[in-house]
Design a binder for this molecule. Structure first.
Ligand code: PLP
Length: 448
Protein backbone atom coordinates (compact mmCIF):
# COMPACT_ATOMS: atom_id res chain seq x y z
CA UNK A 1 0.00 0.00 0.00
CA UNK A 2 1.42 3.47 -0.88
CA UNK A 3 2.21 6.01 1.87
CA UNK A 4 -1.10 7.32 3.17
CA UNK A 5 -1.82 10.81 4.44
CA UNK A 6 -4.43 11.98 6.92
CA UNK A 7 -7.18 12.43 4.32
CA UNK A 8 -6.69 8.96 2.90
CA UNK A 9 -6.73 7.37 6.37
CA UNK A 10 -9.99 9.16 7.03
CA UNK A 11 -11.43 8.03 3.71
CA UNK A 12 -10.46 4.40 4.23
CA UNK A 13 -11.86 4.56 7.71
CA UNK A 14 -15.14 6.15 6.69
CA UNK A 15 -15.60 3.65 3.84
CA UNK A 16 -14.90 0.45 5.74
CA UNK A 17 -14.79 0.88 9.49
CA UNK A 18 -17.68 0.75 11.95
CA UNK A 19 -16.43 2.23 15.21
CA UNK A 20 -17.39 1.27 18.76
CA UNK A 21 -19.49 3.82 20.70
CA UNK A 22 -19.51 6.24 17.77
CA UNK A 23 -22.17 8.17 15.86
CA UNK A 24 -21.20 6.90 12.42
CA UNK A 25 -23.22 9.53 10.57
CA UNK A 26 -21.39 12.36 12.33
CA UNK A 27 -18.08 10.60 11.77
CA UNK A 28 -18.72 10.28 8.04
CA UNK A 29 -19.32 14.02 7.77
CA UNK A 30 -16.32 15.08 9.79
CA UNK A 31 -13.74 12.32 9.42
CA UNK A 32 -12.06 10.61 12.35
CA UNK A 33 -9.16 12.18 14.22
CA UNK A 34 -6.21 10.00 13.26
CA UNK A 35 -3.86 9.27 16.17
CA UNK A 36 -0.48 8.18 14.89
CA UNK A 37 1.98 8.06 17.75
CA UNK A 38 2.35 8.17 21.53
CA UNK A 39 5.22 8.93 23.90
CA UNK A 40 4.92 9.32 27.66
CA UNK A 41 1.66 11.18 28.35
CA UNK A 42 1.46 12.64 24.84
CA UNK A 43 -0.19 11.61 21.58
CA UNK A 44 0.42 13.01 18.11
CA UNK A 45 -2.29 13.12 15.48
CA UNK A 46 -1.79 12.97 11.72
CA UNK A 47 -1.74 16.77 11.50
CA UNK A 48 1.21 16.82 13.86
CA UNK A 49 -0.76 18.21 16.82
CA UNK A 50 0.61 17.15 20.22
CA UNK A 51 -2.16 16.18 22.61
CA UNK A 52 -1.84 15.57 26.35
CA UNK A 53 -3.74 12.33 26.92
CA UNK A 54 -5.73 13.22 30.01
CA UNK A 55 -7.61 9.91 29.77
CA UNK A 56 -4.68 7.46 29.44
CA UNK A 57 -6.41 6.10 26.34
CA UNK A 58 -9.54 4.56 27.85
CA UNK A 59 -8.38 4.73 31.49
CA UNK A 60 -5.67 2.19 30.80
CA UNK A 61 -2.27 3.45 29.62
CA UNK A 62 -1.11 3.77 33.21
CA UNK A 63 2.64 3.69 32.53
CA UNK A 64 2.30 6.02 29.53
CA UNK A 65 3.18 5.33 25.91
CA UNK A 66 6.44 3.88 24.66
CA UNK A 67 7.66 1.94 27.73
CA UNK A 68 10.54 -0.21 26.50
CA UNK A 69 10.17 -2.74 29.36
CA UNK A 70 6.66 -3.66 28.17
CA UNK A 71 7.62 -3.68 24.51
CA UNK A 72 10.64 -5.87 25.25
CA UNK A 73 8.55 -8.29 27.36
CA UNK A 74 6.12 -8.71 24.45
CA UNK A 75 8.97 -9.14 21.98
CA UNK A 76 10.70 -11.83 24.05
CA UNK A 77 7.48 -13.73 24.68
CA UNK A 78 6.53 -13.60 21.00
CA UNK A 79 9.82 -15.28 20.22
CA UNK A 80 9.59 -17.82 23.04
CA UNK A 81 5.94 -18.88 22.73
CA UNK A 82 3.55 -16.54 20.91
CA UNK A 83 0.46 -18.54 21.79
CA UNK A 84 -0.71 -21.49 23.70
CA UNK A 85 -3.96 -22.14 25.50
CA UNK A 86 -4.72 -22.88 29.12
CA UNK A 87 -7.48 -25.42 28.40
CA UNK A 88 -7.38 -29.17 29.00
CA UNK A 89 -4.83 -29.48 31.83
CA UNK A 90 -2.19 -27.19 30.30
CA UNK A 91 -0.44 -24.05 31.50
CA UNK A 92 2.54 -21.89 30.46
CA UNK A 93 5.07 -19.94 32.52
CA UNK A 94 3.72 -16.40 31.86
CA UNK A 95 0.21 -17.34 33.08
CA UNK A 96 1.43 -19.28 36.14
CA UNK A 97 3.86 -16.50 37.10
CA UNK A 98 1.32 -13.72 36.64
CA UNK A 99 -1.36 -15.58 38.64
CA UNK A 100 1.10 -15.84 41.56
CA UNK A 101 2.13 -12.18 41.19
CA UNK A 102 -1.50 -11.06 41.25
CA UNK A 103 -2.17 -13.19 44.33
CA UNK A 104 0.58 -11.17 46.02
CA UNK A 105 -1.02 -7.77 45.37
CA UNK A 106 -4.75 -8.58 45.59
CA UNK A 107 -6.78 -7.41 48.60
CA UNK A 108 -7.94 -9.74 51.37
CA UNK A 109 -7.31 -13.40 50.90
CA UNK A 110 -7.67 -13.74 47.13
CA UNK A 111 -5.30 -16.42 45.95
CA UNK A 112 -6.80 -17.48 42.62
CA UNK A 113 -7.42 -15.77 39.29
CA UNK A 114 -9.27 -16.74 36.11
CA UNK A 115 -7.85 -15.03 33.02
CA UNK A 116 -9.97 -13.42 30.32
CA UNK A 117 -9.24 -11.14 27.39
CA UNK A 118 -11.10 -8.01 28.57
CA UNK A 119 -13.21 -6.36 31.23
CA UNK A 120 -16.44 -7.39 29.52
CA UNK A 121 -15.32 -11.00 29.45
CA UNK A 122 -14.54 -10.72 33.17
CA UNK A 123 -18.13 -9.78 33.87
CA UNK A 124 -19.52 -12.55 31.70
CA UNK A 125 -17.27 -14.89 33.65
CA UNK A 126 -18.60 -13.47 36.92
CA UNK A 127 -22.19 -14.24 35.98
CA UNK A 128 -21.39 -17.84 35.18
CA UNK A 129 -19.11 -18.24 38.19
CA UNK A 130 -21.49 -16.95 40.82
CA UNK A 131 -24.43 -18.99 39.50
CA UNK A 132 -22.25 -22.08 39.26
CA UNK A 133 -21.01 -21.40 42.80
CA UNK A 134 -24.53 -21.29 44.21
CA UNK A 135 -25.53 -24.40 42.29
CA UNK A 136 -22.56 -26.17 43.85
CA UNK A 137 -23.69 -24.91 47.23
CA UNK A 138 -27.08 -26.54 46.70
CA UNK A 139 -28.85 -23.20 46.18
CA UNK A 140 -29.50 -23.12 42.42
CA UNK A 141 -32.33 -20.63 42.85
CA UNK A 142 -29.77 -17.94 43.62
CA UNK A 143 -29.67 -16.47 40.10
CA UNK A 144 -30.32 -12.76 40.52
CA UNK A 145 -27.45 -10.29 40.31
CA UNK A 146 -28.07 -6.80 41.60
CA UNK A 147 -26.23 -3.89 40.02
CA UNK A 148 -26.69 -0.11 39.76
CA UNK A 149 -28.32 2.21 37.25
CA UNK A 150 -25.68 4.04 35.18
CA UNK A 151 -23.03 1.44 36.03
CA UNK A 152 -20.70 0.29 33.26
CA UNK A 153 -19.61 -3.34 33.18
CA UNK A 154 -18.80 -3.80 29.48
CA UNK A 155 -20.46 -4.38 26.14
CA UNK A 156 -21.07 -8.12 25.92
CA UNK A 157 -24.63 -9.26 26.61
CA UNK A 158 -23.94 -9.99 30.27
CA UNK A 159 -21.66 -6.97 30.74
CA UNK A 160 -24.18 -4.58 29.20
CA UNK A 161 -27.01 -6.18 31.21
CA UNK A 162 -25.13 -5.83 34.48
CA UNK A 163 -24.36 -2.29 33.43
CA UNK A 164 -27.12 0.22 33.94
CA UNK A 165 -26.78 2.33 30.80
CA UNK A 166 -30.25 2.88 29.36
CA UNK A 167 -29.19 3.43 25.72
CA UNK A 168 -27.27 0.16 25.83
CA UNK A 169 -30.28 -1.70 27.19
CA UNK A 170 -32.50 -0.16 24.52
CA UNK A 171 -30.34 -1.56 21.70
CA UNK A 172 -30.58 -5.32 21.85
CA UNK A 173 -33.40 -5.96 24.28
CA UNK A 174 -31.41 -5.97 27.50
CA UNK A 175 -31.02 -6.58 30.36
CA UNK A 176 -30.93 -10.36 30.37
CA UNK A 177 -33.26 -11.99 32.92
CA UNK A 178 -32.40 -11.89 36.62
CA UNK A 179 -30.22 -8.78 36.40
CA UNK A 180 -31.76 -5.90 38.31
CA UNK A 181 -30.61 -2.39 39.12
CA UNK A 182 -30.84 -0.09 42.10
CA UNK A 183 -30.09 3.65 42.15
CA UNK A 184 -26.51 4.90 42.00
CA UNK A 185 -24.74 6.89 44.77
CA UNK A 186 -24.44 10.07 42.66
CA UNK A 187 -24.63 12.79 45.29
CA UNK A 188 -24.17 15.85 43.06
CA UNK A 189 -27.06 14.93 40.77
CA UNK A 190 -29.40 13.03 43.07
CA UNK A 191 -28.55 13.86 46.68
CA UNK A 192 -30.65 17.02 47.16
CA UNK A 193 -32.04 17.49 50.64
CA UNK A 194 -29.68 14.96 52.26
CA UNK A 195 -26.19 15.06 53.74
CA UNK A 196 -23.65 12.89 51.87
CA UNK A 197 -23.71 10.48 54.83
CA UNK A 198 -27.51 10.12 54.75
CA UNK A 199 -27.49 9.79 50.97
CA UNK A 200 -24.84 7.03 51.04
CA UNK A 201 -26.91 5.07 53.55
CA UNK A 202 -30.12 5.62 51.60
CA UNK A 203 -28.60 4.37 48.34
CA UNK A 204 -26.96 1.37 50.01
CA UNK A 205 -30.24 0.70 51.81
CA UNK A 206 -31.87 0.17 48.41
CA UNK A 207 -29.83 -3.02 48.17
CA UNK A 208 -31.49 -4.42 51.27
CA UNK A 209 -34.92 -3.35 50.01
CA UNK A 210 -34.31 -5.10 46.69
CA UNK A 211 -33.07 -8.25 48.42
CA UNK A 212 -36.19 -8.37 50.60
CA UNK A 213 -38.48 -7.56 47.66
CA UNK A 214 -37.12 -10.41 45.51
CA UNK A 215 -36.37 -12.83 48.36
CA UNK A 216 -32.85 -13.40 49.71
CA UNK A 217 -32.96 -17.02 48.58
CA UNK A 218 -32.98 -15.79 44.94
CA UNK A 219 -30.03 -13.37 45.15
CA UNK A 220 -26.62 -14.54 43.95
CA UNK A 221 -24.49 -11.40 44.05
CA UNK A 222 -24.18 -7.64 44.10
CA UNK A 223 -21.76 -6.02 41.63
CA UNK A 224 -20.37 -2.49 41.63
CA UNK A 225 -17.46 -0.36 40.53
CA UNK A 226 -15.82 1.16 43.65
CA UNK A 227 -15.92 4.47 41.77
CA UNK A 228 -18.22 4.49 38.73
CA UNK A 229 -15.93 5.46 35.86
CA UNK A 230 -17.83 5.66 32.59
CA UNK A 231 -20.93 6.82 34.48
CA UNK A 232 -19.08 10.04 35.39
CA UNK A 233 -16.42 9.36 38.05
CA UNK A 234 -19.06 8.99 40.72
CA UNK A 235 -17.36 8.76 44.08
CA UNK A 236 -19.80 7.41 46.66
CA UNK A 237 -20.14 9.02 50.08
CA UNK A 238 -17.98 7.33 52.76
CA UNK A 239 -21.05 5.70 54.30
CA UNK A 240 -21.94 3.78 51.12
CA UNK A 241 -19.52 0.86 50.72
CA UNK A 242 -19.36 -0.25 54.37
CA UNK A 243 -23.16 -0.46 54.35
CA UNK A 244 -23.21 -2.41 51.07
CA UNK A 245 -20.68 -4.83 52.50
CA UNK A 246 -22.69 -5.20 55.72
CA UNK A 247 -25.87 -6.00 53.77
CA UNK A 248 -24.10 -8.54 51.53
CA UNK A 249 -22.74 -10.32 54.61
CA UNK A 250 -26.10 -10.24 56.38
CA UNK A 251 -27.87 -12.05 53.53
CA UNK A 252 -24.86 -14.13 52.45
CA UNK A 253 -24.74 -12.45 49.03
CA UNK A 254 -21.51 -12.51 47.05
CA UNK A 255 -19.84 -9.12 46.68
CA UNK A 256 -18.32 -8.56 43.24
CA UNK A 257 -16.14 -5.51 42.75
CA UNK A 258 -15.45 -4.34 39.21
CA UNK A 259 -12.00 -2.75 39.40
CA UNK A 260 -11.44 -2.61 35.64
CA UNK A 261 -10.82 1.15 35.94
CA UNK A 262 -9.99 1.51 39.65
CA UNK A 263 -7.38 -1.26 39.79
CA UNK A 264 -3.63 -0.95 39.23
CA UNK A 265 -2.96 2.29 41.03
CA UNK A 266 -5.61 4.65 39.75
CA UNK A 267 -6.74 5.58 43.29
CA UNK A 268 -3.29 5.37 44.92
CA UNK A 269 -3.75 1.71 45.91
CA UNK A 270 -3.28 -1.46 43.91
CA UNK A 271 -7.06 -1.80 44.15
CA UNK A 272 -9.72 0.65 45.35
CA UNK A 273 -11.12 -2.18 47.51
CA UNK A 274 -8.22 -1.40 49.88
CA UNK A 275 -9.23 2.25 50.05
CA UNK A 276 -12.85 1.35 50.84
CA UNK A 277 -11.97 -1.53 53.19
CA UNK A 278 -13.76 -4.05 50.96
CA UNK A 279 -13.24 -7.80 51.05
CA UNK A 280 -14.87 -8.85 47.79
CA UNK A 281 -15.66 -12.45 46.87
CA UNK A 282 -14.80 -11.72 43.25
CA UNK A 283 -12.83 -8.85 41.71
CA UNK A 284 -12.61 -7.94 38.02
CA UNK A 285 -9.54 -6.33 36.51
CA UNK A 286 -8.37 -5.45 32.97
CA UNK A 287 -7.11 -2.22 31.32
CA UNK A 288 -4.25 -1.12 33.65
CA UNK A 289 -3.14 -4.73 34.16
CA UNK A 290 -1.06 -4.33 30.96
CA UNK A 291 -1.19 -0.53 30.83
CA UNK A 292 -3.44 -1.19 27.84
CA UNK A 293 -0.52 -2.37 25.67
CA UNK A 294 -2.29 -5.64 24.91
CA UNK A 295 -5.71 -7.01 25.89
CA UNK A 296 -5.97 -8.97 29.14
CA UNK A 297 -8.45 -9.33 31.96
CA UNK A 298 -8.69 -11.43 35.10
CA UNK A 299 -11.31 -12.32 37.67
CA UNK A 300 -9.80 -12.74 41.12
CA UNK A 301 -11.64 -15.21 43.30
CA UNK A 302 -11.73 -15.34 47.12
CA UNK A 303 -11.08 -18.60 48.90
CA UNK A 304 -14.68 -19.55 49.59
CA UNK A 305 -15.68 -19.36 45.92
CA UNK A 306 -12.36 -20.78 44.71
CA UNK A 307 -12.64 -23.87 46.90
CA UNK A 308 -16.18 -24.54 45.73
CA UNK A 309 -15.23 -24.08 42.07
CA UNK A 310 -12.22 -26.35 42.40
CA UNK A 311 -14.25 -29.02 44.20
CA UNK A 312 -16.97 -28.75 41.55
CA UNK A 313 -14.91 -30.34 38.75
CA UNK A 314 -14.87 -28.88 35.28
CA UNK A 315 -16.07 -25.28 34.84
CA UNK A 316 -17.37 -25.16 31.27
CA UNK A 317 -16.14 -21.68 30.52
CA UNK A 318 -13.08 -20.03 28.95
CA UNK A 319 -11.76 -18.04 26.04
CA UNK A 320 -9.17 -18.90 23.40
CA UNK A 321 -7.22 -15.87 24.58
CA UNK A 322 -7.70 -16.42 28.33
CA UNK A 323 -4.26 -15.66 29.75
CA UNK A 324 -2.60 -15.14 26.37
CA UNK A 325 1.13 -15.65 27.03
CA UNK A 326 2.22 -12.38 25.44
CA UNK A 327 -0.40 -10.45 27.42
CA UNK A 328 0.65 -12.17 30.66
CA UNK A 329 4.31 -11.36 30.00
CA UNK A 330 3.43 -7.70 29.41
CA UNK A 331 1.29 -7.62 32.57
CA UNK A 332 4.16 -9.10 34.57
CA UNK A 333 6.55 -6.45 33.24
CA UNK A 334 3.95 -3.75 33.90
CA UNK A 335 3.57 -4.79 37.56
CA UNK A 336 7.34 -5.06 38.01
CA UNK A 337 7.88 -1.55 36.66
CA UNK A 338 5.12 -0.27 38.95
CA UNK A 339 6.87 -1.88 41.90
CA UNK A 340 10.37 -0.71 40.94
CA UNK A 341 9.22 2.86 40.37
CA UNK A 342 6.93 2.92 43.45
CA UNK A 343 4.06 4.08 41.26
CA UNK A 344 1.37 3.30 43.86
CA UNK A 345 3.16 5.28 46.57
CA UNK A 346 3.75 8.13 44.13
CA UNK A 347 0.04 8.34 43.25
CA UNK A 348 -0.95 8.04 46.90
CA UNK A 349 1.51 10.48 48.46
CA UNK A 350 2.63 12.85 45.74
CA UNK A 351 1.19 13.20 42.27
CA UNK A 352 -2.38 12.18 43.24
CA UNK A 353 -2.74 14.83 45.97
CA UNK A 354 -1.03 17.36 43.69
CA UNK A 355 -3.45 16.71 40.82
CA UNK A 356 -6.45 16.85 43.20
CA UNK A 357 -5.32 20.14 44.70
CA UNK A 358 -4.79 21.71 41.26
CA UNK A 359 -8.05 20.23 39.88
CA UNK A 360 -9.99 21.68 42.84
CA UNK A 361 -8.81 25.15 41.78
CA UNK A 362 -11.14 24.82 38.75
CA UNK A 363 -14.12 24.88 41.13
CA UNK A 364 -14.06 28.69 41.12
CA UNK A 365 -14.66 28.80 37.36
CA UNK A 366 -18.11 30.22 36.50
CA UNK A 367 -19.02 27.07 34.51
CA UNK A 368 -18.14 24.59 37.25
CA UNK A 369 -20.65 23.33 39.83
CA UNK A 370 -18.41 20.79 41.53
CA UNK A 371 -14.97 19.20 41.27
CA UNK A 372 -14.21 15.78 42.74
CA UNK A 373 -11.58 13.08 42.48
CA UNK A 374 -9.29 10.57 44.12
CA UNK A 375 -5.75 9.60 43.22
CA UNK A 376 -5.40 10.22 39.49
CA UNK A 377 -9.03 10.22 38.48
CA UNK A 378 -11.18 13.34 38.64
CA UNK A 379 -14.33 14.98 37.31
CA UNK A 380 -16.03 18.33 37.20
CA UNK A 381 -19.66 19.19 36.65
CA UNK A 382 -20.56 21.87 34.13
CA UNK A 383 -23.50 23.99 35.29
CA UNK A 384 -25.65 26.56 33.48
CA UNK A 385 -25.97 28.67 36.63
CA UNK A 386 -23.28 28.57 39.26
CA UNK A 387 -25.36 30.29 41.94
CA UNK A 388 -28.26 27.82 41.77
CA UNK A 389 -26.16 24.86 40.48
CA UNK A 390 -28.80 24.51 37.73
CA UNK A 391 -27.65 22.02 35.11
CA UNK A 392 -27.80 22.45 31.35
CA UNK A 393 -30.70 20.93 29.47
CA UNK A 394 -29.70 17.69 27.77
CA UNK A 395 -30.00 19.24 24.31
CA UNK A 396 -27.44 21.97 25.12
CA UNK A 397 -24.61 19.47 24.65
CA UNK A 398 -22.27 21.48 26.90
CA UNK A 399 -20.07 18.46 27.66
CA UNK A 400 -19.53 17.64 23.99
CA UNK A 401 -18.76 21.29 23.19
CA UNK A 402 -16.26 21.35 26.06
CA UNK A 403 -14.69 18.11 24.85
CA UNK A 404 -14.21 19.54 21.35
CA UNK A 405 -12.58 22.66 22.78
CA UNK A 406 -10.26 20.57 24.93
CA UNK A 407 -9.02 18.73 21.84
CA UNK A 408 -8.42 22.07 20.12
CA UNK A 409 -6.36 23.02 23.19
CA UNK A 410 -4.38 19.78 22.87
CA UNK A 411 -5.92 17.91 25.80
CA UNK A 412 -8.02 14.73 25.89
CA UNK A 413 -10.84 15.12 28.41
CA UNK A 414 -13.87 12.88 28.32
CA UNK A 415 -17.46 14.10 28.48
CA UNK A 416 -20.21 12.06 30.13
CA UNK A 417 -23.21 14.30 29.64
CA UNK A 418 -22.04 17.50 31.31
CA UNK A 419 -19.47 15.80 33.48
CA UNK A 420 -15.89 16.35 32.30
CA UNK A 421 -13.46 13.61 33.27
CA UNK A 422 -9.73 13.05 33.44
CA UNK A 423 -7.77 9.90 34.24
CA UNK A 424 -4.19 10.58 33.07
CA UNK A 425 -1.27 8.14 32.95
CA UNK A 426 0.08 7.46 36.45
CA UNK A 427 3.53 8.63 35.32
CA UNK A 428 2.37 12.20 34.69
CA UNK A 429 4.80 14.76 36.13
CA UNK A 430 4.01 17.86 38.20
CA UNK A 431 4.79 20.05 35.24
CA UNK A 432 2.46 18.03 33.03
CA UNK A 433 -0.29 18.29 35.68
CA UNK A 434 0.17 22.07 35.51
CA UNK A 435 -0.12 21.91 31.73
CA UNK A 436 -3.28 19.78 32.03
CA UNK A 437 -4.89 22.23 34.45
CA UNK A 438 -3.96 25.26 32.31
CA UNK A 439 -5.45 23.58 29.25
CA UNK A 440 -8.58 22.54 31.16
CA UNK A 441 -9.06 26.13 32.37
CA UNK A 442 -8.58 27.53 28.85
CA UNK A 443 -11.06 24.93 27.60
CA UNK A 444 -13.64 26.09 30.14
CA UNK A 445 -13.02 29.71 29.12
CA UNK A 446 -13.64 28.80 25.48
CA UNK A 447 -16.82 26.93 26.42
CA UNK A 448 -18.31 29.88 28.35
N1 PLP B 1 -15.93 -2.72 33.68
C1 PLP B 1 -15.64 -1.42 33.83
C2 PLP B 1 -15.76 -0.80 35.18
C3 PLP B 1 -15.21 -0.66 32.75
O1 PLP B 1 -14.96 0.64 32.90
C4 PLP B 1 -15.08 -1.30 31.51
C5 PLP B 1 -14.63 -0.53 30.33
O2 PLP B 1 -14.54 0.67 30.34
C6 PLP B 1 -15.42 -2.64 31.40
C7 PLP B 1 -15.83 -3.32 32.50
C8 PLP B 1 -15.34 -3.35 30.08
O3 PLP B 1 -14.02 -3.58 29.76
P1 PLP B 1 -13.62 -3.92 28.23
O4 PLP B 1 -13.90 -2.70 27.44
O5 PLP B 1 -12.15 -4.27 28.36
O6 PLP B 1 -14.42 -5.09 27.82
Amino acid sequence: MPELNQVSWQQLDASHHLHPFTDSRALQQKGARVIERGEGVYLWDSQGQRILDGMAGLWCVNLGYGRQELIEAAHQQLQQLPYYNLFFQTTHPPAARLAATLAGILPGNMQHVFFTGSGSECNDTVVRMVRHFWAQQGQPKRQVIISRKNAYHGSTLAGASLGGMKPMHAQGGLPLPDMVHIDQPYYFAEGQGMTPHEFGLERAGQLEQKILELGPERIAAFIGEPIQGAGGVIIPPASYWPEIQRICKKYDILLVVDEVICGFGRTGHWFASEYYGLEPDLLCMAKGITSGYIPLGAVAVGERVAHTLIAGGEFFHGYTYSGHPVACAVAQANIEVMQQEHIIERVHDDIGPYLQQRWASLASHPLVGETRGLGLVAALELVADKATQARYSESAGAGMICREHSLEMGLVMRAVGDTMIISPPLVITHQQVDELIDKARQTLDLTL
